[in-house]
Design a protein around this ligand. Structure first.
Ligand SMILES: [Zn+2]
Ligand SMILES: [Zn+2]
Length: 588
């Protein structure tokens, strides 16, 4: 198996001038000389020989060649390296893109059907990304241990190797976790190795670093461009010291293996690796404070973690029917591929049948992508009920190329999470266009209990009492009778709460009883703050690659306008009425 991590979707884009440090200015960096010959010796940590390098690195540190392989392209044979979604080590196989993880209720005897895309587990646990072989090895054999409770975070290794460890280094190649421009030695980087504590930061020349870790350099380039833009937007200079610490490291963090700074770097690296498994954009975490102590503590997930009750509810809904069931005829849209002419698209008909949604508005407004895959949001109104329906295999279009399959492909943008004087916030780390998909809002998906009628509870109990009942992706008529679809009750209701408590996001069109909570389990979407004049919005998404799969609703975040690098991404969580009721304040 191969762990081919670099996010190919973003490579071409990010190597453009927008993100080169030359474009953003390298004010604190000494000028870099062109390197025309290799004079430095390879580090002891590098098995690769440097003799075959033919590329001459130009005068700018960050200019990279696509042909230089990343160390993360190495092969691994770890037993637990199971999450490989790629075919031939190059592109992701749509059949293997996960859409949800279902967690069985304690004591449940239901046998829930699963497939490549829907995983059923007894318990959700944080995991390392597929390529992190050195981190896995260190977690077993490393002698450094994280001792501070507040720095123990699910999914981050709590053990690392120290230089003094007597460990066999020839078992696998070494992996570059992160690189930082050397503050006093022109043309050199500090290099942090995956699985190794910071008692020994290597210093490598730019040619060595680029040759062995082009992906780490690419990510550092995006990171530093973000920091410069963020600092410039702040404009006061009060962040200079913290930005310099992030870019060049300072003595305090370099000399302190236990400094919380390194926990933020681990969050950055391991969450980015989880994203890279699915070709999502990187995530960066920064603490721009003197006294950094509290990294965000939650379990990262790329997909919704669905509790059993919510899952069965999804299976029982009208919208879960496949297209021919829904339309009452297999031939309604014969031979139409439709994506290029929306009025003939099956997806639009499906939206009408399942939700009463049309592009013209009405009780529920059907949103559309343009030909570039950007959401059309021209007459956006916060209080409108709205839904987005993406193509599936019944549309016969290309899963890789159709412009109406954006959320299901899941390629998110680069995002920075900053802890500053207003607490945590999420920021654009690459330019985002109006209508562009930013990231999905994922977390634990569950049913709101307080809205359950006595009748529903009784029916649900009856169902759970059946020993080893098989729950298929389509419920039997008896099962459906026991889990009545209440969608029809809600179809004409106006949009209500988008968010109850601080990390809960609800659906108002697809299902009012289902909620996604990102408090304990979530992704980078949980860091975006409220604004009365937001630049992004939540959209309920009906999307599955295969009609035979369960329809598990999604909440996606799209840009309402162009967002520049360094700008906060904000959402509106509360309606005018909620603002008055709950907070005694008002937008506008
Ligand atoms: Zn379609
Ligand atoms: Zn399509």
């Amino acid at each position: 198996m191969s762990a081919n991590h670099p996010n190919q979707q973003h490579v071409a884009f990010r190597q453009g001038s927008d993100l080169s440090l030359r474009a953003h200015g390298l004010q604190n960096t000494p000028p870099v000389q062109a390197i025309s010959s290799l004079t430095s010796q390879p580090s002891t940590r590098q098995k690769r020989t440097l003799n075959d390098v033919t590329t001459t690195v130009a005068g700018v540190i960050w200019s990279l060649s696509d042909t230089i392989p990343s160390l993360r392209n190495i092969k691994t044979n770890l037993k637990d390296n199971v999450n490989i979604w790629k075919t031939n080590g190059t592109s992701i196989d749509p059949k293997k893109i996960p859409s949800a993880i279902v967690v069985q209720a304690v004591g449940s005897t239901l046998q829930l059907k699963s497939n490549n895309r829907i995983q059923v587990v007894q318990k959700y646990e944080a995991r390392l990304a597929s390529g992190c072989s050195e981190a896995r090895r260190a977690q077993e054999n490393g002698s450094w241990k994280q001792k501070k409770e507040e720095l123990l975070i699910p999914g981050l290794p709590s053990k690392k190797f120290l230089e003094s460890d007597d460990n066999p280094r020839n078992q696998s190649e070494n992996i570059v976790q992160d690189v930082f421009l050397h503050s006093s030695k022109p043309g050199y980087f500090y290099v942090l190795w995956e699985g190794w504590a910071v008692d020994n930061l290597y210093e490598l020349s730019d040619i060595e670093v680029q040759q062995s870790a082009s992906e780490a350099v690419r990510l550092a380039q995006i990171r530093d461009a973000f920091l410069d833009a963020f600092n410039a937007a702040n404009g006061t200079g009060e962040l200079d010291e913290f930005v310099a610490r992030e870019k060049y490291l300072d003595r305090n963090v370099r000399m302190d293996v236990n400094h919380p700074f390194w926990t933020f770097k681990d969050l950055t690296y391991f969450h980015t690796q989880l994203h890279a498994d699915l070709e999502k954009g990187p995530v960066f975490y920064f603490s721009l404070e003197t006294d950094m102590q509290n990294p965000p503590n939650f379990t990262y997930t790329n997909v919704n973690v669905v509790r059993e009750d919510a899952y069965i509810r999804c299976l029982g809904r009208l919208a879960n029917q496949n297209f021919s069931e829904l339309s009452g005829s297999a031939n309604t849209m014969r031979s139409s591929t439709a994506c290029s002419s929306p009025q003939h698209c099956k997806c639009n008909q499906r939206a009408l049948l399942a939700y009463g949604a049309t592009a013209a508005g009405g009780p529920v407004r059907l949103l559309q992508y343009n030909a570039e895959g950007l959401l059309q949001l021209d007459n956006y109104n916060f209080d409108d009920a709205r839904i987005l329906v993406e193509c599936s295999n019944t549309c016969q279009c290309s899963p890789e190329n159709c412009h109406r399959r954006v959320v299901q492909r899941g390629k998110s943008v680069a995002i920075a999470v900053v802890n500053g004087n207003i607490g945590y916030g999420g920021y654009a780390a690459e330019p985002i266009k109006k209508g562009q998909y930013i990231v999905e809002y994922v977390g634990e998906m569950y049913l709101l209990k307080e809205r359950r009628s006595k009748e529903n509870v009784a029916q649900s109990k009856k169902m759970k009492a059946q020993p080893h009942a098989n729950i298929d992706f389509r419920l039997t008529q008896t099962q459906k009778d026991e889990m009545p679809d209440v969608h029809a009750l809600y179809i004409n209701r106006p949009a209500k709460s988008k968010r109850g408590s601080s990390y809960e996001a609800g659906f108002s069109v697809i299902d009012e009883r289902i909620v996604i909570c990102a408090s304990k389990v979530g992704n980078v979407g949980r860091f975006f703050n409220h604004s009365c004049n937001p630049n992004a919005t939540f959209v309920e998404v009906h999307s599955r690659c295969f009609e035979s799969d369960p329809l598990i609703p999604k909440i996606a975040i799209f840009a309402l306008r162009d967002i520049a690098v360094g700008e906060a991404i904000t959402l509106r969580y509360y309606s005018d009425q909620q603002m008055k009721d709950k907070r005694g304040m008002k937008c506008g």
